[in-house]
Ligand binder design. Structure first.
Ligand SMILES: *Cc1c(COP(=O)(O)O)cnc(C)c1O
Length: 456
């Protein structure tokens, strides 16, 4: 078979047998799947020989970039030595023990224990079970409400989808988990009206206080939030938001959960979003950048307050996965973290490439469609709007974003549309030249979009 024949063959099989995640399959089958065949650095290639600059690091996860042999070798070596053994029944193995120590080192000082899972969703399921078990052990089983936020993303299992605040996800496959409630998000650009961002940050945070007062503090066990909402469109909260959330959690004795699945492992210019925003979480969910996506692994980092109770007062914690702390995944995560550390990737995001990324993206602010460029570290969101002055969006939310996303692909850059917010989260190793290239291709896609909708 020649290359076009191969592509057609794969597309045909894919269409016949494969149900894709977050996909309208009927629509996909009309267009045909893009078959991704290889990747290196910040670029991916498809079966037709097209090369794309991956502005999303896969799904916000390939932090150290594609093609690092060290990670492949770590997995290979570990699989030859011990491909699998579980951490149940009085057992453990070297990579999982070493990884636990390293995670205790790089997470905030009061977090010293780890529970492993295989995806961000599983980590958040684990969080729910831990929160409930914690309050059970404290003699307050009725403190089982969890407060989350609209437009949050916490995964796709029932618990993950319930914690998340995505209306489209709640609309399918209900009923959801009971006793999870959602307050407004701290989205100043879209919802802040005439308030300053700082005023609006306080207003959004105090929605938590109002919800706790409404339900009763004796009913609320935890608040969960992404330091920066990722899939919601890279919503970076005003500076006043997290300190106020922290104050409220303390005042009402509510556990604070940071979902670090995207923000963790350098994305915001520190090891964790909690460092960047000065959050002191009781529990942290981690995944994605933990292994740079080379193998699946996730974890819940447990703060001392919760760990002491779970470990010393709980007896058996009846929770775990066959692959909790899988040796090959743990070995890959360890090597990934070593590389991030040794190559000073996080310092580079904070001091060099993050600020450069911001500066270059900001040149797009003159574009008629781009309402703003918002970024921290190497994660950015750009709302496409109908009126830049009033920050007013389009009548049919998401339509222009989808057009723009398709033009991005056509112009050789992978950018994602969350509604009408174009988002970027490139590998941390992106070079200055590659940032320039990314911005150039993004502008071409914005121009094509503007022309198509008759704005230019
Ligand atoms: C991706 C994501 C999840 C879910 O992780 P999966 O590995 O896809 O289950 C949870 N929380 C956040 C913030 C995410 O971005």
């Amino acid at each position: 078979m020649n290359q076009p024949e191969k592509t057609a063959y794969w597309q045909n099989l894919d269409q016949q047998h494969h149900i894709h995640p977050f996909t309208d399959s009927a629509d996909l089958n009309k267009k045909g799947t893009r078959i991704i065949t290889s990747a290196s650095g910040v670029f991916i290639k498809d079966s037709e020989g097209n090369k794309y600059l991956d502005g999303m690091a896969g799904l916000w996860c390939v932090n150290i970039g594609y093609g690092r042999k060290e990670l492949a070798e770590a997995a290979y070596k570990q699989m030859l030595e011990l491909p699998y053994y579980n951490n149940f029944f009085q057992c453990a193995h070297e990579p999982v023990i070493e990884l636990s120590k390293v995670l205790a080192d790089i997470t905030p000082a009061h977090m010293n224990h780890v529970f492993y899972a295989n995806s961000g969703s599983e980590a958040n399921d684990t969080v729910v079970r831990m929160v409930r078990q914690y309050w059970n052990l404290k003699g307050k089983p009725e403190k089982n409400y969890i407060v989350s936020r609209k437009n949050a993303y916490h995964g796709s299992t029932i618990a993950g989808a319930t914690l998340g605040g995505m209306a489209g996800m709640h609309a399918q496959g209900g009923p959801m988990l009971p006793n999870v409630v959602h307050i407004d998000q701290p989205y100043w650009y879209g919802e802040g009206g005439d308030y300053t961002p700082e005023e609006f940050g306080l207003i959004a945070a105090r929605k938590l206080e109002a919800k706790i007062e409404e339900l009763g503090a004796d009913k609320v066990g935890a608040f969960i939030g992404e330091p920066v909402q990722g899939a919601g469109g890279v919503i970076i909260p005003p500076s006043t938001y997290w300190p106020e959330i922290q104050r409220i959690c303390q005042k009402y004795d509510i556990l604070l959960i940071a979902d670090e699945v995207i923000c963790g492992f350098g994305r915001t210019g520190n090891w964790f979003g909690s460092d960047t925003f000065n959050i002191k979480p009781d529990l942290m969910a981690m995944a994605k950048g933990m292994s740079s996506g080379y193998l699946p692994i996730s974890a819940v980092m447990v703060g001392d307050r919760v760990a002491n109770v779970l470990i010393n007062e709980g007896g058996e914690f009846t929770h775990g996965f066959t692959y909790s702390g899988h040796p090959a995944s743990a070995a890959v995560a360890l090597e990934n973290i070593r590389i991030i550390r040794d190559e000073k990737m996080i310092e580079r995001v904070r001091d060099d490439i993050g600020p450069y990324f911001r500066k270059q993206l900001a040149t797009l602010e003159d574009h008629p469609l781009v309402g703003a460029v918002e970024s921290v570290g190497l994660i950015a969101g750009m709302p496409l709007v109908a009126d830049k002055k009033t920050r007013k969006g389009f009548d049919k939310p998401g339509a222009v974003g989808t057009i723009c996303r398709d033009f991005c692909v056509e112009n050789g850059v992978i950018m994602r549309a969350c509604g009408d917010r174009m988002v970027l989260s490139p590998p941390l190793i992106i070079s200055h030249d590659e940032v320039d290239e990314l911005v150039k291709r993004a502008r071409a896609a914005f121009d094509a979009t503007a022309k198509k909708i008759g704005v230019m």
